[in-house]
Design a protein around this ligand. Structure first.
Ligand SMILES: Cc1cc2nc3c(=O)[nH]c(=O)nc-3n(C[C@H](O)[C@H](O)[C@H](O)COP(=O)(O)O)c2cc1C
Length: 475
């Protein structure tokens, strides 16, 4: 029952979890064993360049295969031996010429991550594009498509323009959205000079999998895609508010209630007639019984996050994983939802762990600096003469910086710098940088250290996993 025709999408998705929790290492293992292995697209410019700076020679070898001239040479400038090796990794800036560098680096880093996940097997690999990271969404998709990514999974937003983005990239056109719907961020990517259409058209069109949390968004997205782009999502991923990471805001903007439960809209979405995956609604923590239950209800499959986040191959710092598992063994782990902490404005699930940003004192002491900028959005000021000037804001910026750029300092109250915290959680930051672990409620069920294979076997069965492994191996 859990086997599938291999030309189809796998029934199990190993969720894309940022930053770097769903690493290439994790996604390679799960996709070679029959899941849709998904890498996180969050922060890849920082992550891959740091890997290279720390001596990861495989990353540089993979980057060398990037199919468009100029990108690899530019990356080398930021690597050991390059003239920018000691400089900070470029951030996104509104100026098109200067801003192009960060985009090209994001593109090649996304390419490296996906290529690494796809190496050595025939399984399918997706990338999770966090829509709220609007400034890196286009380069992340472009790099992933150049690497032959099999699926684009988009969460933390409604990816209205996704089919247009994919079509334009495959025909080698420049892209511009002012703004990208739902992000209040103006984005553009200049690729016409790359002559990349022939490379991209050698790859199959990636499956498009929006991650949504209510019926209205599914319907709106479907109507828009049908009318504007004459296409449909390959499947919907319906994510309940018990899932890890960001959750969609509750209907009453105060607290989650029964009208936010996946149960209240699942059947309605199912009746649309497209395949549906379920995420974050697993009474048994994301095991075979959850999968069988959802299949019997008519779902096509499930997307599991927290159990994979805590497995050996995930990118979470091992000491954090083991502390969480130990707390679970004593039934002590607390997973809460904070409505304010994330500068995205979305509710965020977090684990209460001593010494982390889950504690108010640690939050108070977090240094305020916006030096990564993945969650910035556009702000446009128009002067009396009618000239407009665009700047980028993040609610977690230092208040004086926020004010100088035209933001409202009250927006910053209670926020944390999620970019720095999440990179630290994956070990990609200074040791002194405080971490924040996000996990779904099902993470509380993880009481032993498991490999990704063991997690897969507990969902699909050992026999099915062995069969996929054999079918997907490179002979
Ligand atoms: C550590 C962690 C990080 C996550 N990060 C993201 C993310 O960057 N983008 C996203 O769409 N979903 C993210 N999620 C949600 C997962 O993709 C998935 O839908 C969810 O974890 C499924 O529920 P489960 O945690 O109960 O298995 C994250 C989840 C976890 C546990």
């Amino acid at each position: 029952m859990l086997l599938q025709n291999l030309s189809d999408l796998p029934r199990l998705i190993q969720a894309g979890m940022g930053a770097h929790i769903s690493s290439a290492n994790l996604a390679r293992e799960t996709s070679r064993l029959g899941a849709l292995g998904v890498v996180s697209g969050v922060g890849l410019r920082q992550i891959v360049i740091t890997q290279i700076r720390l001596g990861d020679t495989n990353a540089i070898e993979v980057a060398r295969t990037f199919p468009i001239p100029g990108y690899f040479e530019e990356l080398l400038r930021y690597c050991p031996g390059g003239d920018h090796a000691d400089r900070a990794i470029p951030m996104d800036v509104p100026d098109r010429v200067r801003g192009a560098i960060a985009k090209r680096l994001s593109t090649i880093c996304s390419y490296v991550e996906v290529r690494r996940a796809k190496a050595g097997h025939l399984g399918q690999v997706g990338i999770n594009v966090m829509w709220k990271c609007a400034l890196t969404a286009l380069p992340t998709i472009y790099g992933a498509m150049l690497a032959g990514v099999d699926a684009l999974l988009c969460g933390a937003g409604v990816p209205m323009e996704l089919p247009d983005i994919v079509r334009r990239m495959r025909t080698g056109e420049d892209l511009e959205y002012t703004p990208l719907t739902g992000t209040s961020t103006n984005v553009n990517l200049q690729i016409a000079g790359d002559n990349s259409a022939s490379v991209l058209q050698n790859h199959p069109v990636p499956r498009l999998l929006p991650i949504l949390s209510n019926y209205a968004f599914c319907k709106r997205l479907l109507d828009t895609w049908r009318q504007r782009y004459e296409c449909e999502p390959s499947a919907f991923i319906l994510e309940n508010h018990a899932a890890g990471g960001h959750n969609a805001p509750p209907r009453d903007h105060v607290a989650f209630g029964s009208s936010d439960d996946l149960e209240s809209y699942f059947d309605k979405v199912l009746r649309i007639g497209l395949p549906v995956y379920v995420a974050g609604d697993f009474p048994d923590g994301g095991t075979q019984s959850d999968m069988l239950e959802w299949l019997s209800r008519g779902a096509y499959g499930i997307q599991v996050g927290s159990r994979f986040a805590l497995c050996e191959e995930s990118g979470m710092r091992p000491d954090l994983k083991y502390e969480i598992i130990e707390q679970n063994q004593n039934d002590e782990l607390q997973v809460d939802t904070d409505m304010r902490m994330s500068p995205t404005g979305y509710p965020l699930k977090f684990v209460r762990l001593p010494g982390t940003l889950s504690e108010p004192e640690v939050r108070e002491a977090q240094r305020h600096v916006c030096n990564l900028g993945y969650l910035m959005h556009s702000h446009v000021d128009v002067d009396e003469a009618g000239n407009s000037k665009e700047s980028y804001l993040c609610a977690a910026m230092p208040p004086d910086q926020l004010q100088k750029r035209g933001g409202d300092t009250a927006d910053g109250d209670g926020r944390i710098c999620l970019c720095n915290a999440l990179l630290a959680t994956a070990g990609y930051n200074h040791a002194s940088e405080p971490v924040l672990v996000t996990l779904g409620l099902s993470g509380k069920a993880v009481k032993e250290r498991l490999t990704a294979r063991e997690v897969m076997e507990s969902i699909l069965g050992a026999e099915a996993v062995a069969k996929f492994e054999a079918q997907l191996s490179v002979k």
